[in-house]
Design a protein around this ligand. Structure first.
Ligand code: PHE
Length: 347
C-alpha cells in the first residue's frame, strides 16, 4: 500500500468514526465536545493535513482534496445536528408553554364599591342634578349642635328619640343624626341662600341586632332661602323619589314630629316589592318609609343666623343603608360593617 493509499483509507476511517460517534450525542454540551474532538486543532482530520508531506508530490493534491472533503463532511454533519438540536429545544418549549385557546378565560377579580357607597353616590348624583352641593361636617359633635340649637334644650323629651354616645368630655358626643350640620352650614353661609346635602356617619347607643346598628349613614337635605314654600319642599322630594325609585313611583307625606321642623312629615314610597298590595317587607301596609322631613323650624333658622320673618327652608334626612336594605332585601343590617367579603362581593 502506498503512503497515499494509507492516508486515504485513514481519512475514510476518520469520517466513519466521526459520523458514528455523532449519533450518541444528546445535547449542546455533548455536541460541542464532539466538535472539538473532530474539528479542533488536534482532530484526526487536521493531523492528516500536517502529514501531507509524507506523500509524494504528485499524489498530494488527491489526498489534500480528499482530506478537505472529509473535513467538510464532518462540518456539515455538525451544522445539521446543531440545527436539529435547536429545533428540538424550540419544540419542547412550545409544548411546555402551550396555551389551550379553547379554554374559557379567567375572570379577573374586580374590586367594588361598598353597597352604602354606591347608594350614597346615586343620591349625590340626583341632588347634584338639582343644584345641591355636598357639605361635610364632623362625626364628633357637641350637645349644643346635635340638640340645643335644633330646638331641643336640655331635658327636652324629644331627645329620647336619639340614644346618644357621650364622650368623657362634658357636652361632646357622637352625632346621632346629620341634622347638626344644618346649623353649621347656615352659620357659614348666612344670609346667602343654601342648597346642600350633608352625608355622613351617625351613631346611636343601641343594642346591636339584625334590625339596628350603632352606626349608619344619613344624608341630610337642606334648602334655605327667601320664599321657599311647602309645595317646593314637596316637589323637590317627589322629584328625588322619582329619580331614585323610578318615574312612576307613588309617594305620600305623613304628618310626623321633629323638634327642628314645623310642620314635620315622613315620606313614604309605594312598596316596590309588592307594588302596594302589602307584603312582609312593607309589613302589610303597602308603603315604605324613606325619610324624615319638614319645613325648617323658625327657631332653627334663627339659630343658624337667618331671620325667620324673611327666610324659610326645608330639610330632610334619609338613610342609605335603609334604602339599600329595601332595594336588595337584606335581612340583617349587621352585614354592612362586618366586612365580610361574601356579602360585599354581591354588589
Ligand atoms: N334627623 C332626623 C333623624 O335622624 C331626620 C330629619 C332630618 C327629620 C331633617 C327632619 C328633617 O331622624
Amino acid at each position: 500500500m502506498t503512503e497515499a493509499q494509507g492516508l486515504l483509507q485513514e481519512l475514510q476511517q476518520i469520517q466513519n468514526t466521526a459520523l458514528e460517534t455523532l449519533k450518541a450525542v444528546q445535547d449542546e454540551t455533548g455536541l460541542q465536545a464532539w466538535r472539538s474532538a473532530n474539528l479542533g486543532r488536534n482532530a484526526p482530520v487536521m493531523r492528516i493535513f500536517s502529514r501531507l508531506g509524507e506523500v509524494p508530490k504528485e499524489e498530494r493534491p488527491l489526498v489534500g482534496q480528499q482530506a478537505n472533503q472529509v473535513k467538510q463532511a464532518i462540518e456539515t454533519a455538525y451544522n445539521e445536528y446543531e440545527t436539529r438540536l435547536h429545533e428540538a429545544a424550540l419544540q419542547n418549549s412550545l409544548a411546555r408553554d402551550r396555551i389551550d385557546v379553547t379554554l374559557p378565560g379567567r375572570q379577573p377579580y374586580h374590586g367594588r364599591l361598598h353597597p352604602s357607597t354606591q347608594t350614597l353616590r346615586r343620591i349625590y348624583h340626583i341632588f347634584a342634578e338639582m343644584g345641591f352641593q355636598i357639605y361635610l361636617s364632623s362625626d364628633v359633635e357637641t350637645d349644643e349642635y346635635n340638640f340645643e340649637l335644633l330646638n331641643m334644650p336640655a331635658h327636652h323629651p324629644a331627645r329620647d328619640m336619639w340614644d346618644t354616645f357621650h364622650t368623657t368630655r362634658e357636652g361632646v358626643l357622637l352625632r346621632t343624626h346629620t341634622s347638626p350640620g344644618q346649623i353649621r352650614v347656615m352659620r357659614e353661609y348666612a344670609p346667602d341662600p343654601i342648597r346642600v346635602i350633608l352625608p355622613g356617619m351617625c351613631y346611636r347607643y343601641e343594642q346591636i341586632s339584625a334590625r339596628s346598628e350603632i352606626q349608619f349613614n344619613q344624608v341630610e337635605v337642606l334648602a334655605v332661602g327667601r320664599g321657599i314654600t311647602f309645595s317646593e319642599f314637596k316637589g323637590t322630594l317627589i322629584d328625588f323619589a322619582r329619580r331614585m325609585y323610578g318615574e312612576n313611583v307613588r309617594t305620600r307625606l305623613r304628618p310626623s314630629y321633629f323638634p327642628f321642623t314645623e310642620p314635620s312629615a315622613e315620606m313614604d314610597i309605594e312598596c316596590f316589592v309588592c307594588g302596594g298590595k302589602g307584603c312582609n317587607i312593607c309589613k302589610g301596609s303597602g308603603w315604605l318609609e324613606i325619610m324624615g322631613c319638614g319645613m325648617v323650624h323658625p327657631v332653627v333658622l334663627q339659630n343658624g343666623g337667618y331671620d325667620p320673618a324673611e327666610f324659610t327652608g326645608f330639610a330632610a334626612g334619609m338613610g342609605p343603608e335603609r334604602i339599600t336594605i329595601l332595594r336588595h332585601r337584606i335581612e340583617d343590617i349587621r352585614h354592612f360593617w362586618a366586612n365580610d367579603i361574601r356579602f360585599l362581593e354581591q354588589f
